[in-house]
Design a protein around this ligand. Sequence first.
Ligand code: ATP
Length: 369
Amino acid sequence: MNVTLQNLTKKFPNRNKKAGGEVTAVNDFTFEVPDGQLIGLLGPSGCGKSTTLYMICGLQAPTSGRIFFGDRDVTDLPTENRGVGLVFQNYALYPHMTVLQNILFPLENLKGKDRPGKEEMRRRAVEAARLVQIDSLLDRKPSELSGGQQQRVAIARALVKMPGVLLLDEPLSNLDARLRLQTREEIRRIQRQTGITTVFVTHDQEEAMSISDQIVVMKEGVVQQTGKPQEVYDNPCNLFVATFLGTPPINLFDGRVEKETLYIGGEALLPVPGIADQAVTVGIRPEGFVPEEQGPFSCRLLRTEIMGRDVSFVCTNDACRKETFRAIIQSDGTEQSHPETVRFRLKPGKVLLFDENGSRLRGTNHGKE
Ligand code: ATP
């Protein structure tokens, strides 16, 4: 089932009563989640992700705008009539109930003709438990489970009513790094297997990029960019999106364009056809540097760090906005010599230019300046 958000806006009275006025948590959000896709809603703390999710599930009413599940306008429906499954950061399992009883709970709460028979309830609960691979733990209490297992119970509990839409709000925040990785792959598998349209809220860009069909990047209530993770990473529309996506982050330098050539300091780095003379912010992805004896960009090398397959060159340059920057270089396994000065050639597709307002500058080189 596709989910359509139409000009969705949510305003709250300001919590700071002295300051007065309103906080616009979500501002004119329009987006269609295609049937069966997993959408990652992404942005820094306070950007409006959770509020958007709460409006989709009906826990909060929009100030204006409409929400459709398929053709059905659900904007004014209470949560229990929307057919959504919800998983929160605090999975809030009932501690006195077993895993099976926790999963059964939403079914037992159904009323009238929606309430399945006892056998059918059990069958569905066991099936949901099997899907998240906890069917061998049905008799345990939550306190006898690991964090990852508890989160799976929460997912099974959300799936047991066979919702048309699954909503996940930072579901992995309470897990340690390894379990996070494992559980996010698990969520992806379950989502693929069930084909449930899913919205996944996270502030962790790596998490969102790795499991989403599409990401929506938000800032201060406003959608900045939507698209496939790789497309948004390669082609960010502004400086905020460029810096928010990527680990290590994109490196920023003061530069200028003169006669369709990009300069950092006195060095001419790249032709940038179609871009007018101006001061620019130059963003260079860490993987955009190629060490080359005659390369046009000279930097001071402070140290190198081996990162398995790759080597990270930690460098300085007077035009860099930070004290140091990182170039990730593919290692061929041979010992590298570490001169004090390194020269780089830049991969044109990994160099992004922004104007003084942070908007992306695109030349005539198909955006690959
Ligand atoms: P986080 O990642 O920290 O959960 P978020 O992106 O989910 O952040 P929201 O919780 O949606 O952000 O909040 C968006 C904005 O709306 C914030 O400025 C927040 O302070 C404000 N806000 C949220 N709920 C309320 C409320 N009930 N009353 C007043 N302001 C609120």
